[in-house]
Design a protein around this ligand. Structure first.
Ligand SMILES: [Zn+2]
Length: 568
């Protein structure tokens, strides 16, 4: 293939004018983008037009990588770093030829490097960038696991034949310590860590085993493993966590510490017998996770001021509320870290202790040995604490001791499972905390959710639609809501095509003042209470959401999914 310039080629194809090329080349000096990207990003042409022009002018075939099945063997010819650096994907070989999907088939250096690495003649094909991203994450993200699965299948097949076909389903149990099953489990865990997953679910189905990972709060399928490997896989996990391998009918709990590429992860593993075998959930506690500041968690504006005010108090109780998975415990740790100075005695009651904070006395709840939140709390109070953190208030007994400690000179932090700051007041009443106790001890309630952040690698701006503006509870006809730009993620390899990467808190903070206190203690009507809350300067969580959408940090869909979807 002769060396051609993309610009000339597009002009020859009649897709762009000389003038547009000149303009793009001038912009390119500032943006440092590749010419093709520059033309697409500035809206002069679409990626599809570039692809079509290249196909027509150079006679290169187009390949849709989202629908192409590529053998994992291909990864031996082109290593991952090369594929990522040049946006190329090895598709297939024929004789001494390697068919290579490229986002830019005119990239001569890429072709040369792949030729040198693979020792094959390169047949370039053109693919869309999104297809390349998809194929790279599919092909290289799981290559190790796929190889281990193939080897395990071979072993199961061979030993199955030796036993002349008797009870093949039991064969795997003998292979529990064999290398491929260890590698498969290692690969699954490694994948979990590299995708920043919080949990790995290994789910036996009727005809296969599905491995799903929870990334930024949502489950994604990562592997489909042949059914015949289920028992080896399950056994390996159970051995790793010191569980009873022979016991398959009752749920078990276990723990393992794994080191993957210099990082240490603490796994809390549980099994649950289902009709198709044992389902396994591995919760990943990242031991190297650093503590955050409130700003890093996403506290801003009024909420940040109120957060700092509440942590400056010396006594009383501050509650952190939200549904399951709303990041309450991360915020709780951030608070404890800030309060952790030499002059004070901090004791925490946790279930489980997720990571260790130096200088803090952390107590693990253990219902089996009788250490409940209530009993632990009673023991703590005999140890002269200044600050007490209680993992969660679930019952009246715990609530009573917590509130009493708060009025007798202690600063108490805890979490509660409710959906809003104001709903917390009702919930405390339901649990059985007396109104005068709430009024006296409670200093503030921080209610939070986690919304996903737009992926910075594929973020794009778009003019806000009327529906989006209305969904945020704003009036699209008001001048201040005209011409708003919102953002979204296109989806790329960095975010596993989801368009999101990482999460940020959205918060509302209730700080108790004398009007709210009076409304609670005098059993005032709902309207009177709401009015007192409003007058206290309380900003409902939607305000925080609007700010994040306007700043291009998250999307309206994400706000709707997380904030408006609960029906509790
Ligand atoms: Zn992305």
């Amino acid at each position: 293939m002769k060396f051609t310039r993309l610009g000339d080629l597009l002009i020859d194809a009649g897709v762009i004018t000389d003038e547009q090329l000149g303009q793009a080349l001038a912009n390119q000096k500032k943006t440092k983008r590749r010419l093709g990207d520059e033309l697409v990003q500035s809206g002069i042409i679409t990626e599809r037009q570039v692809v079509d022009a290249l196909t027509m002018q150079l006679g290169i075939d187009f390949i849709d990588l989202t629908t192409t099945d590529i053998s994992p063997e291909m990864t031996k010819l082109v290593p991952k770093n090369l594929a990522k650096r040049y946006n190329v994907v090895p598709v297939k070989t024929r004789g001494d030829e390697l068919y290579l999907a490229m986002s830019d088939p005119l990239n001569f250096i890429a072709t040369e490097e792949v030729r040198a690495a693979s020792r094959k003649r390169i047949v370039p094909m053109i693919a869309m960038q999104s297809g390349i991203d998809h194929a790279i994450s599919q092909l290289y993200g799981t290559e190790g696991a796929k190889r281990a699965i193939r080897e395990m299948q071979q072993e199961v097949g061979e030993s199955g034949r030796e036993r002349s076909g008797v009870q093949v389903s039991e064969v795997g149990a003998d292979n529990e310590s064999s290398a491929p099953s260890i590698r498969l489990v290692d690969n699954i865990i490694e994948r979990g860590l590299s995708t920043r997953a919080s949990d790995i679910h290994i789910e036996p189905m009727e005809n296969e085993v599905v491995v799903r990972m929870r990334i930024d709060g949502l489950l994604h399928t990562e592997f489909n493993i042949p059914k015949e490997l289920q028992s080896s896989l399950t056994s390996r996990v159970k051995v790793m966590c010191n569980m009873d391998v022979t016991e398959r009918r009752i749920p078990q709990d276990g723990r393992a510490i794994v080191r993957v590429r210099m990082r240490e992860a603490d796994l809390r593993v549980s099994t649950l017998p289902t009709v198709h075998g044992e389902k396994i959930v591995m919760r990943i506690l990242d031991r190297d996770k650093k503590l955050n500041t409130p700003e890093q968690l996403g506290f801003m504006g009024t909420n940040l001021e109120r957060y700092n005010y509440l942590l400056g108090l010396k006594q009383g109780i501050v509650l952190l509320v939200g549904p399951t998975g709303s990041g309450k415990s991360s915020t709780l740790f951030t608070m404890i870290d800030r309060l952790n100075v030499e002059e004070v005695n901090i004791v925490t009651l946790e279930d489980p202790v997720e990571f260790n904070i130096e200088g803090v006395n952390q107590v693990q709840i253990n219902e089996k040995t009788g250490t409940t939140f209530a009993s632990g709390l009673r023991s703590i109070l005999r140890q002269d604490p200044d600050i007490i953190s209680i993992g969660e208030i679930r019952d009246q007994e715990t609530a009573d001791i917590a509130f009493r400690s708060a009025v007798t000179g202690h600063f108490v932090l805890s979490t509660l499972h409710t959906n809003s700051a104001v709903a917390t007041l009702d919930r405390l009443d339901d649990i059985g905390v007396e109104p005068y106790m709430i009024g006296t001890a409670l200093k503030g309630v921080i209610s939070q959710r986690l919304v996903r952040r737009i992926c910075p690698y594929c973020k794009q701006e778009h003019p806000a639609t009327e529906e989006e503006i209305e969904a945020l509870g704003l009036d699209p006809d008001l001048p201040e809501n005209k011409g708003l730009m919102f953002a979204h993620g296109r989806g790329c390899a960095e975010c596993y095509q989801s368009g999101y990467r990482g999460r940020i808190v959205v918060v509302e903070t209730l700080v108790m003042d004398k009007h709210i206190r009076k409304a609670i203690m005098t059993h005032a009507s709902r309207d009177e209470l709401n009015e007192a809350v409003r007058r206290s300067g309380f900003e409902p969580v939607i305000e925080n959401c609007r700010a994040l959408v306007k700043q291009g940090i998250t999307t309206v869909e994400e706000v709707q999914r997380v904030v408006f979807s609960d029906d509790e």
